[in-house]
Design a protein around this ligand. Structure first.
Ligand code: RTP
Ligand code: MG
Length: 140
């Protein structure tokens, strides 16, 4: 399996509850390396651009409101099969459906305030990483 990179976001519900370290420990303990990381307050324009793929969905407005409601931590995770591996570590979008031991099962507040984002394909990972990071900010 090839070494890959994926974009992760620790969402405002998690930064508000001071869970950044606990979530990062999950990644590191399960084989992913944090090769870039920064804490940001997203603007509405940035949130709307990042989630543009969801612009027609009923929850788009609420999702953008939530994503700008507090700081986020954007990060690049690196490891074998990192895109799929991270989605396993995160668990299902709705915490009610997330498997035991996943971040969303243990920390998410709701389907929307679900603590983390992770890219859903290698192609989207490349686009999402470039959205937030310059190459010089990623140190493998
Ligand atoms: P993400 O993109 O954040 O990693 O999550 P995901 O792939 O599991 O979920 P996706 O379908 O891409 O949805 C993006 C985010 O929108 C919020 N959401 N709200 N109210 C709702 O029904 C609803 N559905 C999704 C969640 O914050 C979800 O992570
Ligand atoms: Mg998604």
């Amino acid at each position: 399996m090839a070494v890959e990179r994926t974009l992760s976001i620790i969402k405002p519900d998690a930064t508000r509850r001071n869970l950044t370290g606990k979530i990062n420990a999950r990644f590191e303990e399960q084989g992913l390396r944090i090769v870039a990381q920064k804490r940001l307050q997203l603007s509405r324009a940035t949130a709307e651009k990042f989630y543009g793929v969801h612009a027609e969905r009923s929850f788009f407005g609420e999702l953008c409101d939530f994503m700008i409601s507090g700081p986020v931590v954007v990060q690049v995770l690196e490891g074998e099969n990192a895109v799929a591996r991270n989605r396993e570590i995160m668990g299902a979008t709705n915490p009610a459906n997330a498997a035991a031991g996943t971040i969303r099962k243990d920390f998410a507040e709701s389907i929307e305030a679900n603590s983390v984002h992770g890219s859903d394909s290698a192609e989207n990972a490349a686009t999402e990483i470039a959205f937030f990071f310059a190459q010089t900010e990623i140190v493998g």
